[in-house]
Design a protein around this ligand. Sequence first.
Ligand SMILES: [Fe+2]
Ligand SMILES: [Fe+2]
Length: 181
Amino acid sequence: MSATAIEQMSAEHRHIETVINALQTIASQLETSSTAPMDTLRRCVEFLRVYADERHHLREEALFFPLLVQRGVPPQGCPIGGLNNDHAKGRALVTTLTDRLNAYEQNAAAARDALRQTLQELVQLYRHHLWMEDAMVFPMAEKLVTTTDNQALLDKFAELDRKIGSEKVARLEQFADQLAK
Ligand SMILES: [Fe+2]
Ligand SMILES: [Fe+2]
């Protein structure tokens, strides 16, 4: 694959965006209907846990952001401090979503509003976060990341994928592609 590390992360954003758009659709449907597609929601949770967090956020937190810091970007404040903070908030919200889904399975009518609210919070958080990185961080990084940096990132990304399992990564990307249709 010839994509750069930044291009790879940008492509990951498009998969994440697809899943976030599906969550928005489900949240809107829950305004008038009490039937949530539980199987899809459980798979979205797995996607957010593994693909968005264990893979994509770890690439950023452990490898990409530290490289930007080495190249002179401040580790605290805007943008890196805020983005790391969003990752932590996203993690907490996915845990809340799991609780909401369990409650919904017990009593859909009583748990519907809380489920819808958590979905909305996740959608808002992710949309703003993806926008910040796409519009601000990646363009800035294009100017800072050298060819050698890029190769080092790609090597470490591949190593991380071996730990997660490339089949699992491919399966989750397929899930997002199916949702897009
Ligand atoms: Fe991020
Ligand atoms: Fe990202």
